[in-house]
Design a protein around this ligand. Structure first.
Ligand SMILES: Cc1cc2nc3c(=O)[nH]c(=O)nc-3n(C[C@H](O)[C@H](O)[C@H](O)COP(=O)(O)OP(=O)(O)OC[C@H]3O[C@@H](n4cnc5c(N)ncnc54)[C@H](O)[C@@H]3O)c2cc1C
Length: 692
């Protein structure tokens, strides 16, 4: 029986309006440096970014009485506010029928390796509080009759720890947190892009930002100095790194910004790629029910000819259809899933079609076409796991669109909002970059290697090689809370710092002017096209040692050209973008340098990337035989135990590695023994060295 959900309920979960921001505080003070009068706003803690992670930290800090302000490039921009999937997932301890075990959950979170064991446990144990407090703020997570949260299985999740409010879970998280931020009266500076981290006596002292509305004849770049004792970077992931991307437009992250401040980055080799609609249209992830409905996946060549290309890879119609289904909860590409006719052959096949100049579509009005010589598609001929799921879901309707409507009507509504009617038209899609697992190296309190600088959400490099679906949103909430606890406990950011730091502003300005050069032959468009093409073509799901090495070489050359000639710009409004592209070019070199280091030290295929070479130990098989061009190196166990770190020293990227931090599962907390550490604040360990 198909369930009918009233339209107004669907609308409320699809069109999520954001609260109105209060007027920005006046900035009365300014500092004079040659040719520039730079306004100065001082407060205890600045949060850079207003996604789900940044807003969580802001709200938690304000509730602890800390003087806090948010600066954001775009108040409701970024992935939390603008991205999603059929059921966008939040991963927390399973509170439904059988309870959970935090140690098991932590093991699952770090199962892919290269992840700190203590961080995994922190995320697991903190997930209950993260979820409950979001519910308290009004996040409409679905419950059963007894108050248990409804759950399902997602990527890298054997237990079923995923929950969702529908396609826009993270936007709803932003909404409830932003509403609370407004209610608490947190100062919010919108259209404000942080471009230079300022350091004084070895610790954070502020962030220099570009604000178009601050542009005046005596402040031609629209600079504003935000003085602070603690800075929390919550700027999200570097979505603009790749041409083929399901990130929303304008996501630059903060990797280059952090590198320039001498901050260590970690796990830059690890990303996620999977199927979705690209940001040139409406960027959206096609996991979950979109593929569990088993639409017909085909390609179209330049002459308009249609190709049932998956039939070249899978041996039977049943195998083909079942693997389309499995992309629902095996969404990210994984090299090993190309073996044994697994679900990542789907990603490989799509990538090769695109490389051959063909466009790829899914059609919800047609079932998968038969593999030539085999029987036609039938709901009676599916692999056991697939048949069991569809049976339980009651999704045995004849056409994919009816199965999709039955399982998740919101997924259809969502595309309709963007004038794409998947009830009628096939949907074009591709394999895209979706998530950066690495980022700024932090400890379990979110502290970076620069005292006073914290990082949370996708800006922080807390994920290992794989992460369960929904773990990104959970990590942002958990660490967002912990940085607030740490900053409040340390007391350093209770009030605004004093002093205008003229010398630091002058130095930062000189660096900015090295980049902003109106006469440069290089413009933003050229930097963007070069960086994105290189990353998508040479650092996507299929890499070779030679391609990565040569990509690194030309990436370094681009950064040298930028250092020598700067980047031209036409209007004052472009200044932030120019600086962000310069920093992203540096970040792309850092990603390639880490990848090159990993591969040249013998690292194999893991997570998002297959490291292909003619003598690789593993050969994916297709119906037509072995796929020799994608023979790949297998992963080594030893690489799971460590993480690759990158720092900028002078103009050189320095690559090192360190072992994962451990967590002693046998150590038991004991109330009377451990309470004093909480009471005295020793638990926050504020004096400990920065060992992220
Ligand atoms: C299509 C898609 C689907 C996804 N689905 C899931 C899922 O189901 N489950 C899951 O857990 N994760 C998912 N993710 C990942 C997850 O959405 C992100 O990791 C998460 O939302 C990041 O939150 P954040 O707060 O760290 O950053 P964002 O939400 O990206 O926010 C970044 C903020 O920083 C601001 N900013 C950026 N640079 C600057 C600067 N220089 N100065 C000032 N402000 C700046 C931006 O304006 C924005 O406000 C998905 C991602 C995509 C792209």
């Amino acid at each position: 029986m198909t369930q009918s959900i009233p339209q107004d309920i669907l609308n409320a979960l699809t069109d999520v309006a954001m609260p109105r921001l209060e007027a920005e505080p006046e900035i009365a003070v300014s500092v004079m440096v040659p040719g520039h009068r730079v306004p100065v706003y001082s407060c205890g803690t600045v949060i850079m970014g207003s996604g789900a992670a940044g807003l969580r930290a802001a709200v938690e800090l304000k509730r602890r009485g800390t003087d806090v302000a948010i600066i954001s490039q775009s108040a409701w921009g970024g992935t939390s506010a603008c991205s999603g999937s059929d059921k966008q997932t939040l991963h927390t301890a399973n509170t439904s029928d059988r309870g959970d075990n935090f140690k098991d959950m932590a093991r699952a979170i770090r199962a892919g390796g290269a992840m700190d064991e203590d961080t995994a446990y922190v995320e697991a144990v903190g997930s209950v509080r993260a979820m409950a407090s979001l519910q308290f703020l009004g996040l409409p997570l679905p419950q059963d009759d007894f108050g248990g949260t409804l759950r399902y299985q997602t990527d890298h999740d054997d237990v079923g720890r995923a929950t969702s409010c529908g396609p826009r879970t993270s936007r709803l998280m932003v909404k409830v947190l932003a509403t609370e931020a407004v209610r608490l009266g947190i100062a919010f500076f919108n259209q404000t892009t942080g471009v230079k981290i300022l350091v004084e006596a070895g610790r954070i002292a502020g962030i220099l930002a570009v604000r178009p509305k601050a542009q005046t004849p005596d402040n031609p770049y629209g600079l504003t100095l935000f003085r602070c004792s603690a800075l929390v970077i919550a700027a999200g992931g570097p979505g603009e790194l790749y041409r083929d991307s399901v990130f929303p437009n304008g996501c630059f992250g903060s990797l280059g910004l952090a590198l320039e401040a001498g901050v260590a980055l970690v796990n830059l080799t690890e990303s996620q790629f999977g199927i979705g609609t690209r940001r040139e249209g409406f960027p959206w992830n096609l996991s979950g029910t979109y593929v569990q409905a088993m639409p017909y996946v085909y390609s179209v060549d330049a002459a308009g000819g249609e190709h049932n290309f998956l039939a070249d890879y899978y041996r039977t119609t049943q195998e083909l259809a079942s693997n389309i289904f499995r992309k629902g909860y095996q969404w990210p590409f994984h090299a090993t899933r190309m073996l044994n006719f697994g679900s990542s052959l789907v990603d490989l096949a799509i990538t090769r079609e695109n490389q051959a100049g063909r466009r790829v579509f899914m059609d919800f009005n047609r079932n998968p076409e038969a593999v030539p010589g085999d029987q036609p598609f039938s709901l009676d001929r599916l692999d056991a796991d697939v048949a069991a799921y569809l049976g339980r879901a009651g999704a045995m309707q004849t056409l994919p669109i009816d199965r999709l409507r039955h399982m998740n009507p919101l997924s259809i509504e969502l595309y309709l909002r963007y004038k794409v009617d998947i009830r009628r038209d096939p949907l074009e899609f591709a394999v895209n970059n979706q998530h950066m697992n690495g980022g700024i190296a932090v400890d379990t309190w979110g502290r970076s290697t620069l005292p006073g600088l914290y990082a949370i959400g996708e800006a922080a490099g807390t994920h290992g090689v794989t992460r369960p679906g929904g773990a990104a949103l959970n990590a942002g909430q958990v660490l967002g809370t912990r940085v607030a606890e740490h900053i409040a406990a340390s007391g350093v950011a209770q009030t605004a710092p004093e002093g205008a730091m003229v010398a630091q502003v002058e130095h930062a300005l000189a660096q900015i002017e090295q980049v902003l050069r109106p006469g440069s032959p290089l413009d933003v468009r050229a930097v963007k096209d070069e960086v994105q093409a290189r990353m998508s073509d040479h650092a996507g799901i299929l890499c070779t040692p030679e391609n990565v090495a040569s990509a690194l070489h030309v990436a370094a050359r681009l950064n040298q050209t930028i250092r020598d000639n700067g980047i031209s710009f036409m209007r004052g409004g472009e200044i932030a973008r120019v600086l962000q592209w310069q920093q992203l070019a540096l970040a792309s070199q850092a990603v390639l340098a880490a990848l090159h280091h990993y591969i040249s030290h013998g690292g194999g295929s893991r997570g998002a990337r297959a490291i292909c070479e003619p003598n690789g130990e593993a050969t994916p098989m297709a119906k037509s035989g072995p796929l020799q061009d994608v023979r790949f190196r297998q992963e080594r166990e030893q690489d799971k135990r460590e993480q690759i770190m990158v720092r900028l020293v002078g103009e050189e990227l320095q690559i090192t590695s360190r072992p994962n931090r451990s967590f002693d599962e046998s150590a038991k907390p004991f109330f009377e023994r451990d309470w004093p550490a909480w009471l005295t604040g020793a638990v926050f360990d504020p004096g400990r060295g920065q060992d992220a």
